[in-house]
Design a protein around this ligand. Sequence first.
Ligand code: NDP
Length: 449
Amino acid sequence: MSESDYDLFVIGAGSGGVRAARVSASYGAKVAVAEEYRVGGTCVIRGCVPKKLLVYGSHFSEDLEDGKNFGWTWENAHFDWTKLRDHVLGDVDRLNNAYMDTLKNHDVEMILERAEIAGPNEIKLASGKTVTAKTILVATGAWPDVPEFPGSEYMLTSNEMFHLEKLPETVIISGGGYIANEFAGIFNGLGSEVIVVNRSDVILRGYDESLRDRLLQIGTSKGITYKFNCTFDKIEKREDGALDVYMDGRDRPVVADVVLAATGRRPKVDGLGLENAGVETNEKGAIKVDEYSQTNVESIYAVGDVTDRVQLTPVAIREGQAFADTVFGDNPRTVDYDMIPSAVFSQPPIASVGLTEGEARSQYGNIKVYSSDFRAMRNVFADRAERSLYKMIVEATSEKILGLHMIGPEAPEILQAAAVAVKAGLTKQAFDDTVALHPSMSEELVLLK
Ligand code: NDP
């Protein structure tokens, strides 16, 4: 008989936790996963998946408009928010069930309640029961960080945006990062007035400047308002639910139905009982781990956003997989964090891998930049002014690719494939040697000047 109740107890059934649980169980470990909300985590339940569906849904307004030059007319085209919302939430239910089935099929025990660490090998469940495990994996993710000022409690976070009763007439979005730009595109596409308010003078800090400028220009031309170096003073709620939003010391408020806080996410460690086992965190509250995701306590590991390494789903999945291979698969593995592609599902989307021009210049000094600034064939035909921009940054002598950045229709779809070449260390010449696939947007990648 095992001395512990479980070989592995996972806290949090998100992308990282589910992968770690499933793979560890396939190696023969006795595994339990505790989840206080729904199985699937942020990405599936209130993040990437429902967000992408809303992006698709909102883009039809442009598609319908563009269809005119392609010979189509639509009489009385009408958008129904509740229909889209409920269909999206239905899909989330489907995925939630699929995740639960996967765990069940791998003999992972699901404990649908809150769990806290009670000691290096002990977990206390919300029901009051205490269980033991040889290894504990914390995969609790991250949670929206809402700034504090008078009335900030009236702000919503991305968590609630998928459940809105009705389509807002005016949305004010605080922040200029991923979530701000993605929801700005969604609500702009659905017909709401959108105001993006950021504390600094940039959007999407960390992405290449030319792409950020292009998104700003296109977003503005689509009717999104951007306010920079702007702070919130207070928000007051009227009896009818409308919000008076006071900004930048002005006496007159801007009236909005929804104010979204998209100001970053912090590791979800509150009430997790880390102190009961002496697990160390860093200054941001993230759990400190080594390259094998092991904390300072030998029996406790952590993966995903709670460690604040790279806050992306595919990274959490890789960390969960590497953990399982290392601890239960007798195959010690670490995650390679170099050249991780990323995308912002703004409209148009941005996709990127490697160094920005600014980063490459300061790290390498001697670089070359190749680019293509073009209007996609479909946009030309539809009389849409929107231009795409692709940029390749190479080391000047070897022409090895240091970074590849794109903004334009389907940029994430195109970049994922191109990122393989960049990750493999190929040069600009390898792209030039490849015959163009015509007519396509991706052919611009092998025709960069
Ligand atoms: P981001 O870190 O992308 O952006 C945060 C924004 O809020 C920045 O513009 C920042 O300003 C501003 N900000 C930060 N703190 C404050 C504050 N205290 N008061 C006012 N403004 C503030 O965070 P998001 O919330 O958009 O997204 C969280 C994370 O989720 C992302 O980092 C990403 O890892 C992940 N995510 C990934 C997506 C994807 O892969 N497509 C989609 C959605 C989320 P500034 O930088 O100008 O100082």
